[in-house]
Design a protein around this ligand. Structure first.
Ligand SMILES: [Fe+2]
Ligand SMILES: [Fe+2]
Length: 240
């Protein structure tokens, strides 16, 4: 664990030392995306670090320009998320549009802007497009890995809480979406990583379902004996 934290920090440090635009893009990402742990700058940094470990574990080497474009696409892949509700447009489309404008201002060539935009558009499964290059695969896989493991538990719980969702909606989200993530990973190394992380999430969800059902049974027991206000009602929880 300690080693990967250091590797991650070193990767981010090397990017900021090697690429002068880093000092402009990182604060901009923080400003546009915010700093919340679920979808803000910390998420983007984790995606960057996941991409670094996918690259090193797969033994793949990208040429300097492709690596630089991948890093830029990762930094900008979710910058439109805050505008999603306002515009009712998908955040990948918004992020790609914002990225185009930012990179134009920074003097990037049309060809490179298009490459970055394509990666951003292809990172989201829900938009319906599939990764068409190794770089797109790395961004898409690295992003999905952040929804799994211990961080996945945290993100799933916080999002559920913020949306005032009932406890067991977390389990539905897991069975409907997260459980399928390893199968839609592009690269073998990502699939292996995803399966390992999924075990942690699965154990949590199974325990949660067990505990929630016990909790519901206690509430029903109390209601049956009129120990709770007559207006209170509960919905029967179904085991997924
Ligand atoms: Fe995204
Ligand atoms: Fe993301």
């Amino acid at each position: 664990m300690e080693e990967s934290e250091v590797d991650c920090r070193r990767f981010v440090e090397s990017i900021c030392n090697n690429y002068k635009w880093c000092k402009i893009l990182l604060p901009l990402v923080g400003y546009l995306q915010g700093f919340d742990e679920t979808h803000g700058l910390p998420h983007t940094v984790r995606v960057l670090c996941n991409a670094s470990s996918i690259l090193s574990e797969s033994g793949r080497k990208l040429d300097e320009e492709k690596l630089e474009d991948l890093v830029i696409a990762i930094l900008l892949h979710d910058i439109g998320r805050g505008l999603e509700e306002l515009t009712e447009s998908h955040h990948a489309l918004l992020s790609a549009e914002l990225a185009e404008n930012i990179l134009k201002l920074l003097g990037f060539s049309r060809e490179r802007i298009n490459r970055v935009k394509k990666m951003i558009l292809e990172h989201s499964y829900s938009l319906g497009s599939e990764p068409s290059s190794i770089e797109s695969c790395i961004l898409s896989d690295a992003d999905k890995l952040d929804a799994l493991g211990a961080i996945g538990i945290y993100r799933m719980s916080v999002v559920g809480y913020n949306d005032s969702k009932p406890l067991l909606s977390i389990a539905s989200h897991y069975y409907d979406k997260l459980e399928k993530l390893p199968d839609i990973m592009c690269l073998d190394v990502s699939r292996r990583k995803a399966r390992e992380k999924l075990k942690i999430l699965k154990k949590f969800v199974e325990e949660l379902v067990e505990d929630s059902l016990e909790y519901e049974e206690a509430i029903i027991y109390l209601l049956d004996r009129s120990l709770a206000p007559a207006t209170t009602s509960t919905t029967r929880l179904e085991r997924p």
